[in-house]
Design a protein around this ligand. Structure first.
Ligand SMILES: NC(=O)c1ccc[n+]([C@@H]2O[C@H](COP(=O)([O-])OP(=O)(O)OC[C@H]3O[C@@H](n4cnc5c(N)ncnc54)[C@H](OP(=O)(O)O)[C@@H]3O)[C@@H](O)[C@H]2O)c1
Length: 333
C-alpha cells in the first residue's frame, strides 16, 4: 500500500482510506472488526468516520436494527481499532446534525466553539482515543462567525487534542475564505479537504482544486465510486446504492445504463470498473487519499489493488474521456 503526506501536516496516510458511514448497517455490527482487521492487513492505515455516522435517522433502512439500538460508527470503529494507537490515522467530523428531533430549521450553530468542543469530547470517548488525528468541519455553518470556527479548531491543535484539521463540502470560495481568516488570526490553517470527487462528478477540479493547490492542502476524495455508479451495472442496481445509502432513492434507469457504459470502458483498459474508477482518482495530482465505501473484504481488496495500478497515457485518456452522460442527480446532488 502506498502512503502520502497530508498537505504540510506531516501526517502520513494510506492512499486508500476506509470510510465507515454505514458501519452498523453494512457491515453489520458483528462484521465490523473483521472488515477493519482485513483493511489493516491490506495496509490501510487511515479510517474516516463522523459524529453523525451509523445510528442517525438517515440510515434507518428497512429491516435494520432500530437506530436507538445501534452503536454509532465511531463506537464500532473505536472498538475495532482498540490498541492500534499511532499505527493508524483516525479522521472524524463535526458539523452535521446529531441526535433526535432536530428539524432542518434548527440545524444551526453546528460549528460554534461550544458545539465543536462538546462533540470532540463525544468523539474521543466513542473512539477511545485521547487525540483525534484529523478533525473535519463536516459542512459550512453560515450561522457561526468564521473567526469562531477557525479559532476553535486551531486551539484544539495547540492543545494537542487533534493532530490537524480539515474541511469537507466547502466550495473553493468558502475554502479560500477560511484560509484567509486563519492567516488573519495567525491560526493553524486546515491541511486537508474532503470533497465528493469521482469520474462522474468532477466539479471540484474547476472550483476547489486550484485553491487547495495554492494552499498546499491535501485532498481526501469521498464517494470515489459515485456511491456505486462506478462499480459496474450490477452494483448500481443494488438496493442500497446511490442516494439510497443516505436516505434517498436508488439509481435511475439512465444512471444504471451509465454504470454499464463505464463498466465496458473500464474493461477496455483491462480493469474491473471499481478498480478503474479508484485508480483514475489516485492518478490525479491533487488526490492524497481516496475514502472508499467498501463494506466487504472483497470490495476492499479490489479498492486496495487499485493503489497498485499504474495508468499509462492511453488508459488515462480513455478513462478521462468517458461520457457518463453526467446524470444530473449524481453530478449536482
Ligand atoms: N464528508 C462527507 O460529507 C462524506 C459524504 C459521503 C461519504 N463520505 C465518506 O466516504 C465514504 C465512502 O462513501 P460512499 O459509500 O459514497 O463511497 P463509494 O465507494 O463511492 O460507494 C459505495 C458503494 O459502492 C459499492 N461498492 C464499493 N466497492 C465495490 C466493489 N468493489 N464492487 C461493487 N460495488 C462496490 C458499495 O456497495 P455495498 O453497499 O454492497 O458495499 C456501495 O453501494 C463514507 O463511508 C464516508 O466515510 C463522506
Amino acid at each position: 500500500m502506498q502512503h502520502a503526506t497530508v498537505g504540510a501536516s506531516g501526517i502520513e496516510v494510506s492512499r486508500i482510506a476506509l470510510g465507515t458511514a454505514t458501519f452498523g448497517l453494512s457491515p453489520r455490527e458483528d462484521d465490523v472488526a473483521a472488515l477493519v482487521g482485513a483493511a489493516r492487513d491490506l495496509g490501510v492505515t487511515c479510517f474516516d468516520t463522523a459524529n453523525s455516522y451509523g445510528n442517525q435517522p438517515g440510515y434507518d433502512w428497512p429491516g435494520v436494527t432500530r437506530r436507538q439500538d445501534r452503536a454509532s460508527s465511531e463506537e464500532l470503529l473505536g472498538r475495532a481499532l482498540r490498541g492500534a494507537g499511532d499505527e493508524v490515522v483516525v479522521a472524524t467530523k463535526v458539523g452535521e446534525p446529531v441526535g433526535e428531533g432536530r428539524p432542518t430549521s434548527e440545524w444551526r450553530g453546528l460549528l460554534t466553539r461550544a458545539h465543536v468542543e462538546e462533540q470532540l469530547a463525544v468523539s474521543r470517548a466513542r473512539l477511545g482515543r485521547e487525540r483525534i488525528d484529523l478533525y473535519y468541519a463536516h459542512l459550512p455553518d453560515p450561522w457561526t462567525p468564521l473567526e469562531e470556527t477557525v479559532s476553535v479548531f486551531s486551539d484544539l491543535v495547540d492543545r494537542g487534542d487533534i493532530g490537524a484539521w480539515g474541511l469537507s463540502n466547502y466550495t473553493g470560495e468558502q475554502t479560500a475564505e477560511v484560509l484567509a481568516t486563519a492567516a488573519a488570526l495567525g491560526a493553524h490553517p486546515p491541511v486537508v479537504h474532503q470533497p465528493r470527487y469521482h469520474l462522474a462528478d468532477r466539479a471540484v477540479e474547476r472550483d476547489l482544486v486550484p485553491v487547495l493547490h495554492r494552499a498546499g492542502m491535501g485532498l481526501a476524495a469521498y464517494s470515489p465510486l459515485g456511491m456505486g455508479l462506478l462499480a459496474g451495472r450490477a452494483a448500481a442496481e443494488r438496493r442500497w446504492a446511490g442516494h439510497a445509502r443516505w436516505g434517498g432513492s436508488g439509481f435511475s434507469a439512465a444512471e444504471v445504463e451509465a454504470a454499464g457504459r463505464f463498466e465496458a470502458t473500464a474493461a477496455s483498459v483491462g480493469l474491473p470498473a471499481a478498480q478503474a474508477a479508484i485508480a483514475w482518482l489516485l492518478d490525479r495530482q491533487a488526490v492524497t487519499t481516496v475514502v472508499v465505501g467498501a463494506t466487504s473484504e472483497k470490495h476492499l481488496r479490489l479498492a486496495c489493488a487499485a493503489a497498485d495500478v499504474e495508468l499509462d497515457d492511453a488508459g488515462r485518456s480513455v478513462l478521462d474521456a468517458v461520457d457518463l452522460g453526467t446524470p444530473a442527480r449524481v453530478a449536482g446532488a
